[in-house]
Design a protein around this ligand. Structure first.
Ligand code: VGL
Ligand code: ZN
Length: 195
């Protein structure tokens, strides 16, 4: 049997309405919830029971307060998604679907920038790729923030690892609209399915 999963990239408050608020973020969260709902149709039961048949994996940008990507340290971004702050938390409407072992943190090392969810690890030190293999996943839906950075890098690494990647275009937010469109075009050319 073919197993599907959903990877939700960085749907965190700093990217939604915080220091690095992205365009279309509120809408992307709403559309993601609709997509998850559509997967549960006919199943009945509680929200979290969907996870037994359709795993949902969450990526979190999770920086120390002095991360090298921050402007104060010579980086290109305002401070964002600092571990332990509200800005680094997953949007509350998605929390019913969050499981600790399916949550992967990246950018935790001060000196390293990590845009790809593939670099994230869960609290047991397991990587996203490792867990997708364990779940016997072949097709991965991707949504989240931001198209040009973490969404793109995550999709490309998933593709390289051999997964069929289906990017949900209504469920993503972006830093710049033109950059978003260009990234979608380039990802489509690479073999990522834009849906
Ligand atoms: C991201 C900028 C800085 C992202 C993360 O999630 O796309 N962008 N850190
Ligand atoms: Zn970051």
């Amino acid at each position: 049997m073919k197993n599907n999963a959903l990877v939700v990239v960085d749907m965190l408050y700093d990217f939604i309405d915080g220091s690095l608020a992205c365009q279309n973020a509120d809408n992307a969260v709403r559309e993601t919830l609709k997509f998850i709902d559509a997967q549960t149709k006919g199943q009945g039961g509680e929200d979290h029971e969907i996870l037994d048949t359709f795993p949902i994996l969450f990526i979190r940008d999770h920086h120390p307060a002095d991360h090298s990507s921050f402007a104060e340290q010579g980086g290109i971004w305002p401070p964002h998604c600092v571990a332990g702050t509200h800005g680094g938390e997953i949007h509350k409407d998605l929390l019913p679907y969050v499981r600790e072992e399916l949550t992967f943190d990246k950018g935790c090392d001060r000196t390293v920038e990590q845009y790809s969810g593939f670099d994230g690890v869960n609290n047991a030190g397991q990587s996203l790729g490792e867990i997708l293999e364990l779940l016997d996943t072949s097709e991965v839906y991707v949504c989240g923030i931001a198209t040009e950075y973490c969404v793109r890098n995550t999709c490309e690494d998933l593709l390289k690892a051999g997964f069929k990647v289906r990017l949900l275009k209504d469920c993503i937010a972006y830093v710049d609209h033109d950059g978003h469109l260009k990234a979608l075009e380039e990802m489509a050319a690479e073999g990522i399915s834009i849906e």
